[in-house]
Design a protein around this ligand. Structure first.
Ligand SMILES: Nc1ncnc2c1ncn2[C@@H]1O[C@H](COP(=O)(O)OP(=O)(O)OP(=O)(O)O)[C@@H](O)[C@H]1O
Length: 225
């Protein structure tokens, strides 16, 4: 089955306005960045990949699976990291939140996976820590760790560094770079995309530039003047 994300003439309307216009794209590179002005349709585009946004017409497929028809299957393939980790931290403590990702599996399997995840992400000393007392950077790491426990093939991150200081921006960038998963990252921080494989620039619901990072970042910079 094709290991790509395919948009076929996708049109999305929200509140009576066309937010994405007849978008046809094949995303098969490992790391894809998305830049664009506020309201240009970036979040809507990535939300189509896991069915959070629904096209009025056209089809989105993830590894050959139609997002509209096989939403549950696609959501098992696609992890989604929001800019505000509070939106996706569900349980009271760090270990419980990680365990929640694996709910339904045998207890011993969950415990072993949570233990390994705590170690991988430097959270072992915070296992019983109330999530709401974590710093912004720690919350973002926890949200990412919880997503990765589900072993998604694709990771979507929508403005993941918005609430982070520069140190944590750099940490998150290094963390993302080291992951095996295909990644689609929306950001207002072009430097985050410097070593990506491909960068799209959106403007008013259309892809106006689709290039390597240097060319796309220069295009975006000129567009924002
Ligand atoms: N649920 C909704 N109902 C109506 N309009 C919506 C809805 N969600 C988004 N929109 C509109 O769709 C347009 C695109 O929004 P989107 O969030 O995709 O843009 P964006 O490029 O991610 O913006 P930002 O950089 O500000 O996060 C905006 O004009 C927004 O107001």
């Amino acid at each position: 089955m094709a290991a790509s994300i395919d948009f076929d003439r996708v049109e999305v309307s929200l509140g009576g306005r066309t937010v994405l216009h007849e978008l046809t794209l094949q995303l098969s590179e490992r790391r894809i960045g998305i830049l664009g002005a506020n309201s240009s349709g970036k979040s809507t585009l990535v939300r189509c990949i896991n069915g959070l946004a629904r096209p009025r017409s056209g089809t989105v497929r993830v590894h050959g699976h139609d997002v509209g028809r096989e939403t549950a299957k696609v959501r098992r393939l696609v992890g989604f990291l929001f800019s505000d980790a509070d939106q996706q931290i569900i349980m009271p403590t760090v270990a419980e939140d990680l365990a929640f990702s694996l709910r339904g599996r045998p207890r011993a399997e969950i415990d072993a996976a949570v233990e390994a995840s705590l170690q991988r992400w430097g959270l072992t000393d915070h296992a019983d820590h109330p999530c709401h007392l974590l710093s912004g950077g720690q919350k973002q790491v926890l949200a990412l760790a919880a997503i990765l426990l589900t072993e998604p093939a694709v990771l979507i991150a929508d403005e993941p560094t918005n609430l982070l200081d520069l140190r944590n921006v750099r940490r998150l960038a290094a963390t993302l770079a080291a992951l095996d998963q295909q990644q689609v990252v929306v950001t207002h921080t072009p430097e985050l995309l410097a070593d990506f494989d491909r960068v799209l620039v959106l403007e008013a619901g259309r892809v106006v530039c689709d290039a390597d990072p240097a060319a796309a970042i220069a295009y975006y910079d000129a567009l924002m003047r």
